[in-house]
Design a protein around this ligand. Structure first.
Ligand code: C2E
Ligand code: CA
Ligand code: CA
Ligand code: CA
Length: 288
């Protein structure tokens, strides 16, 4: 498969569009599809096929916008919009996540600079960083460059790393995390509660916010809400902010309000939307 892989890659890049008929006899449709996607993914950055959508994050008490999470979309020339769940795992397997992540970083910088000119009240933009990017030695340099070249206030940036990712090598990340802290960039533990952990890292790492995973918000059996309650209690003790994602209903919102969650994000307010639409949302949901 490895040979077929590189040979096919070669064939495709030589314009040999019949390349995979040759290997088709022993490759499953699924494998062919993945290879296809991988080849496309290689070109997606240069061909400017990525786009960031923004999902509003609101203060729970006032229901005013505090910020947005930037979520990656791939506008594929023939397949249409492809969500990150379809290609981020592949990008991580192939290492393409590093250049893709760098693109995300630069795009956030470009967008913040563009928004700056609109003189809106300040809001933050959070973006997802995968472990591989975080391990990459160029990452902090790229962050620094993005901030300085766009004259961004680092306080308007938040970095989301999954709990599982953080746990994979907490001590290795410590210096990088301290650097983020020194800049005033907030660190959000994403998908909190889904990674098995002894929680000790919460005492060691400079963390600002926990994001309760949507599986706990949307579980109507009541069990998920019990976990959410324990997360909220824990965060209060540790003086961490809490944001809940995946809020779709009034009931879920009321539950979070009653239990003093700080921020919310979910379809109840808005799906991830294009930047122009996000700005309209900000103007309508924020006292100027
Ligand atoms: P995540 O970081 O946990 O992001 C939250 C996901 O939940 C997003 O899916 C968002 O659209 C979705 N969501 C938000 N509110 C609701 C709701 O009320 N109901 C439902 N059903 N879903 C809701 P999305 O955009 O498909 O992203 C999926 C995952 O892909 C993200 O999960 C994140 O892990 C990853 N991802 C997205 N953008 C990037 C990126 O730029 N870099 C990296 N490394 N990963 C990214
Ligand atoms: Ca996230
Ligand atoms: Ca999540
Ligand atoms: Ca996730």
């Amino acid at each position: 498969l490895k040979y077929a892989d590189s040979a096919m890659y070669h064939a495709k890049n030589q314009g040999g569009h019949k390349g995979y008929q040759f290997y088709g006899s022993y490759m499953t449709d699924k494998a062919v599809e993945t290879l296809d996607l991988e080849n496309d993914l290689h070109n997606a950055i240069q061909q400017q096929q990525f786009s960031l959508f923004y999902q509003p994050i609101l203060d729970l008490k006032t229901e005013l916008v505090q910020g947005a999470e930037a979520l990656l979309r791939w506008i594929h020339p023939t397949k249409g919009i492809i969500g990150p769940d379809k290609f981020i795992p592949l990008a991580e397997e192939t290492g393409l996540i590093v250049p893709i992540g760098a693109w995300v970083l630069n795009e956030v910088g470009r967008q913040l600079k563009e928004w700056e000119a609109l003189e809106l009240p300040r809001f933050f933009v959070s973006f997802n960083v995968s472990v591989q990017q975080f391990k990459d030695r160029n990452f902090l340099g790229e962050m620094e460059k993005m901030i300085s070249s766009n004259k961004i206030n680092p306080k308007s940036l938040e970095v989301e790393i999954t709990e599982t990712g953080l746990m994979s090598n907490a001590t290795l990340f410590l210096n990088s995390l301290k650097w983020l802290e020194s800049k005033g960039i907030a660190l959000v533990v994403d998908d909190f509660g889904t990674g098995y952990s002894n929680l000790n890292y919460l005492n060691i790492l400079p963390i600002n916010k926990l994001k309760i995973d949507k599986s706990f918000i949307q579980d109507d059996s009541g069990k998920g809400h019990n976990i959410a309650l324990s997360i909220l209690a824990l965060a209060k003790k540790l003086k961490l902010k809490v944001v809940a994602e995946g809020v779709e209903t009034k009931e879920q919102l009321d539950f979070l309000k009653k239990n003093q969650c700080d921020e919310v994000q979910g379809y109840y307010f808005s799906k991830p939307i294009e930047s122009e639409h996000f700005i309209v949302f900000v103007k309508e949901n924020r006292i100027l």
